[in-house]
Design a protein around this ligand. Structure first.
Ligand code: IPM
Ligand code: MN
Length: 344
């Protein structure tokens, strides 16, 4: 029993985020029981709030969120709101303002899950996606908008500082795993950023003589994610490549119903945020059909990030047991959630 109370801000967000997040919170409560004190506070940020009173997030809420130990997030996005408004204004604002520079995305094929790959014996790697730079910075703009001569630019920002801190994280993580790091980029075309990333990997690698490393162009990586996922242990890559690659990788391990992620401020200066990789899924929202497993696994990642490995293991094992019993075709939120909770 520790004396510290862990304060968690919960942002269920939009669509199925609202349906799966309560199970993530309940999983934490059940896993820690009376061993650790967790308190939760709900924040009604997302489309509904924005449509009601125009608030996406503000400085006051942000300042408050910074005081928490972690954030549990559901999903952001709603067809009633123009694309980008909530994604940039809320989700990316949180990732950027809380400096969550490591977007950690484990890709693991759980026993019992049917992979669309015919050669999927074992898939177990982690993508360390950079979380605060690249094409996500919002650098760029439009001129002559809505004219035939419109110009639109999106500029990719890459700093040595930003790349080095995730590369270090990747090598540290590799030390706890199979000791192999793969840099994924497109250095044959993006010669400025790609070359910088490669030099940083080469430099950091010298401090980790036990860790081997290699390089793969992102287009080739999309092939190996399908044909030879066993070659990956820790993949480190930039923000947009990591976004795309993890959707593809998620699909190989049974779809994004099982893909969890952590937006991690590894320096500990601000809270980290844990969320399923899936979106708000407006097409099935409100129908009770969303699989809460990814959200529950994200809750496990939250616990692991605090060092509560036993409790995190219990959550993971409960999800695994559910999959072993039912495969990945059962999709009633309440049923799946209740049964997983009963196994924790
Ligand atoms: C993700 C999502 C987000 C991203 C969107 C919703 C901004 O696709 O978490 O992967 O691109 O990072
Ligand atoms: Mn994505």
């Amino acid at each position: 029993m520790t004396n510290k109370t862990y304060r968690i801000a919960v942002i269920p967000g939009d669509g199925i985020g609202k349906e799966v997040t309560p199970f993530a919170q309940a999983a934490i409560e059940k896993a820690v029981q009376d061993q650790v004190d967790f308190t939760f506070k709900q924040y009604d940020l997302g489309a509904e709030r924005y449509l009601n009173d125009g608030t996406i997030i503000n400085d006051e809420i942000l300042a408050e969120l910074k005081t928490y130990d972690a954030i549990l997030l559901g999903a952001i996005g709603d067809p009633r709101v123009q694309a980008g408004v909530l994604e940039r204004g809320l989700l990316l604002r949180l990732r950027f303002d809380l400096d969550q520079y490591v977007n950690l995305r484990p890709i693991k094929l759980y026993k019992g899950v049917t992979s669309p790959l015919s050669n999927a014996d074992e898939i177990d790697y982690v993508v360390v996606r950079e979380g605060t730079e690249g094409l996500y910075c919002g650098a760029g703009g439009a001129v002559r908008k809505n004219t035939p001569n419109e110009v639109a630019t999106e500029v990719s920002i890459n700093t040595a500082y930003g790349a080095e801190r995730v590369v270090r994280y990747a090598f540290d993580l590799a030390m706890k795993r199979r000791k192999h790091v793969t840099l994924v980029h497109k250095k044959n075309v993006l010669v400025n950023a790609g070359d910088m990333w490669q030099r940083i990997v080469n430099k950091v690698a010298q401090e980790y003589p036990e860790v081997t490393h290699d390089y793969m162009h992102v287009d080739a990586a999309t092939i190996y994610v399908i044909t030879d996922p066993q070659r990956f242990d820790v993949v480190v890559t930039d923000n947009l490549f990591g976004d795309i690659l993890t959707d593809e990788a998620g699909a190989t391990v049974g779809g994004i119903g099982y893909a969890a992620s952590g937006c991690i401020n590894a320096s500990g200066e601000y809270p980290s945020m844990f969320e399923p990789i899936h979106g708000s899924a407006p097409d099935i929202a409100g129908k009770g059909l969303a699989n809460p497993s990814a959200a529950i696994l994200s809750a496990g990642m939250l616990l692991r990030n605090f060092g509560f490995d036993d409790q995190a293991d219990r959550i993971e094992k409960a999800v695994e047991r559910h999959i072993e019993l039912h495969g990945n075709d059962q999709c009633a939120t309440q049923e799946v959630g209740d049964e997983i909770l009963s196994f924790i």
